[in-house]
Design a protein around this ligand. Structure first.
Ligand SMILES: Cc1ncc(COP(=O)(O)O)c(C=O)c1O
Length: 402
């Protein structure tokens, strides 16, 4: 029988969820689209070097998996042998954990999202550095979180006293987000005494710390500090990723979290993507079984270290006085401070038009109300040495004219 209930003749507009009001495409992504034109020497993106991807060894590992493991193309539980490898990797970073504490994710980004869903209520508070990886802001946006802004010292990292001040005056954030090594975008690594204080704070105030460590294995001066979680476990969630040490397209990351939270984390993750690719988990495990990672990491460290040194030396030669920059121990980024009067967004236009060279202006990483007009982020991992020399020379000419 055909229903007789009348349907209105005029169509109503599509109604979106309230939190999407005022949502804009990430400034960073928009800028990357503009500066990724042919002929532009770009220090803008945050990409690894494509010439260093372990293509041959990874495709051999993938072929072995496809030939021998029928479950590789099926739905299935997290692949335990991969977790075993991650436990060993964590031990190399000085973090003791068990397989039961490893939770596999679709990149570090999903680990951040899953943890935010676990910890953050609608309208809750989160502590973020004033200048920080933009992906964490996107993660907390749906909850309309109140951001408590923490300054960062460019030599020693996040301002721990500012964290304590907030907590002592009654703030109860759902979590503090921190990048222990080779911060994106600032390039700074957190000093050892601050790592120790952060674990004390996490325990004493019951403050969860999300420690996002995609660059921890990429240290270039022969020594690196253990992550925050190595100094104390209570309330510290470690997030790791294969994106920067193997390849971003694997979309494989992990977190180290208390075993008793695994069931809740699983339910949250399932809502997003059911599970991370069974095929990729097995292929990465097969690559690690074959023992390729240590030599690959050594190669990355050597080559990226050389690129960093080349960039820093070229900056010292070409940049005018009044311009300063961080000297990252690892990772992929140098953070440049220009004289206060300079607007680096306007400068980017000049740089692209006149010299065909690009960077990311600091304000792309700034929280609401944070002034970051006179900074720029330079990436050194994605350009060959000759392009770094040439590009920094071009940028030097742009800066001479400010
Ligand atoms: C600090 C930080 N966290 C997380 C990510 C995302 O990593 P993944 O590719 O593992 O999702 C990035 C990527 O640039 C990053 O810089």
């Amino acid at each position: 029988m055909i229903s007789a209930t009348p349907i209105p003749a005029t169509a109503r507009p599509l109604r979106l969820a309230g939190w999407t009001t005022g949502m804009q495409r990430s400034v960073l992504r928009q800028m990357l689209a503009v500066v990724s034109q042919p002929g532009i020497l770009s220090f803008a993106g945050g990409l690894p070097a494509p010439d260093l991807f372990p293509t041959v060894d990874y495709s051999a590992a993938m072929a072995r998996v496809l030939q021998s493991d029928a479950s590789a193309l099926q739905y299935g539980p997290p692949f335990r042998p991969l977790k075993r490898h991650i436990v060993a990797l964590m031990a190399q970073r000085g973090v003791a954990c068990s397989e039961e504490q490893i939770f596999l994710t679709t990149g570090a980004q999903q680990a951040l999202d899953v943890l935010s869903r676990l910890l953050l209520d609608e309208g809750g508070q989160v502590m973020l550095e004033e200048l920080v990886y933009t992906g964490i802001r996107q993660v907390v946006a749906p909850c309309r979180a109140e951001i408590l802004s923490i300054p960062t010292d460019l030599e020693t990292g996040i301002d721990v006293d500012a964290v304590i001040d907030y907590l002592e005056t009654g703030a109860r954030p759902a979590f503090l987000y921190a990048i222990p090594d080779a911060h994106n975008p600032l390039g700074v690594s957190i000093a050892e005494d601050k790592r120790r204080r952060l674990v004390e704070i996490a325990a004493a105030y019951g403050l969860p710390i999300i420690e996002d460590d995609p660059y921890g294995f990429l240290s270039y001066d022969g020594h690196s500090l253990p992550p925050i979680r190595a100094f104390g476990e209570a309330n510290v969630f470690y997030v790791g990723s294969f994106s920067k040490i193997l390849a971003p397209a694997l979309r494989l990351g992990w977190l180290v979290a208390p075993e008793e939270l695994a069931a809740k984390l699983t339910v949250i993750k399932e809502a997003g993507d059911l599970e991370s690719s069974a095929l990729t988990q097995r292929a990465v495990a097969a690559y690690l079984d074959a023992g390729h990672l240590p030599a690959h990491l050594a190669r990355l460290r050597e080559e990226y270290g050389r690129r960093r040194d080349t960039m820093l030396a070229a900056m010292a030669r070409h940049f005018p006085s009044g311009v300063t920059w961080t000297r990252p121990r690892g990772g992929m980024f140098v953070w440049v401070t220009l004289p206060e009067r300079v607007d680096s967004t306007a400068l980017l236009e000049t740089a692209v038009e006149r010299e065909r060279v690009a960077f990311i202006p600091g304000h792309a990483f700034a929280g609401p109300g944070v002034r970051a007009g006179n900074y720029m982020r330079l990436n050194f991992s994605n350009c060959c040495l000759a392009d770094i020399e040439e590009g920094i020379g071009r940028l030097g000419r742009v800066l001479e004219a400010i």
